[in-house]
Design a protein around this ligand. Sequence first.
Ligand code: OOG
Ligand code: MG
Length: 257
Amino acid sequence: MIGPDIAGIAEKLGAAAATATAIPQLAAETGLDVDAAYAVQAALVQRRVDAGERLVGLKMGLTSRAKMAQVGVDEVIWGRLTDSMRIPDGGAVEVYAFIHPRVEPEVAFLLDRLPEPGEPVGDFATAVRAVAPAIELIDSRYADFRFSLPDVVADNTSAAAFVIGPWSPVPSGLDNLGVLLEVDGRVAQVGSTAAILGDPRRALDEGIRLAGRHGVRLESGWVFLAGAATAAVPLRPGAHVRAVVEKLGTASLRASS
Ligand code: OOG
Ligand code: MG
């Protein structure tokens, strides 16, 4: 039997992102399973690297119940981040470059010395140099932001852009910090870092494990997004968005009008 057309699917998803045009879901129709979907993701991001972008990190997805419930997929997933997705803290994003952008509050890690593949992280403060509040801008390339597990994996887990706030040294506890997402000065989502697999540090173990299954090794100097603590909210033209994480501070962005 001939398998799914990995390169062809990656090209479709790449074109959907580049032209901000939604496409129908494709996993069911093309027989794409989760492993093949990670192969599509690798090909999709390789196209960006071939065009001059640089891989700068990894993001986790669906590490909280709030997120799983919002999108109806209940598996932890991961995706790749490139330099062109990074927006400076407080910077502006062109909303019309996206299909139906949403924003969500996250915690970011700056990776330092990681264990050998297959080894547990052990000392978190050795593995991670600094932590920061962050905002992830997600933009599913599928119509109506609806997808199956292999669909969202192939689509690089909806990754579109991210903002990192100021880095701080790793605090003693990260497992129960208050998280707020504010839009135009109003609280849009409230949560806790406890929502991220019970402790966002666990997201790193999962990231190492799950990416390792596909031959991807996390690197020193990479950014790691642990996954949103709350559901995501639509990013409207002109909106000013702030994510506030207790002890860590604030990350913000402004949407073009
Ligand atoms: C999938 C990506 C999920 C997170 O932080 O949970 C994600 C989506 O919601 O479109 O980035
Ligand atoms: Mg996210």
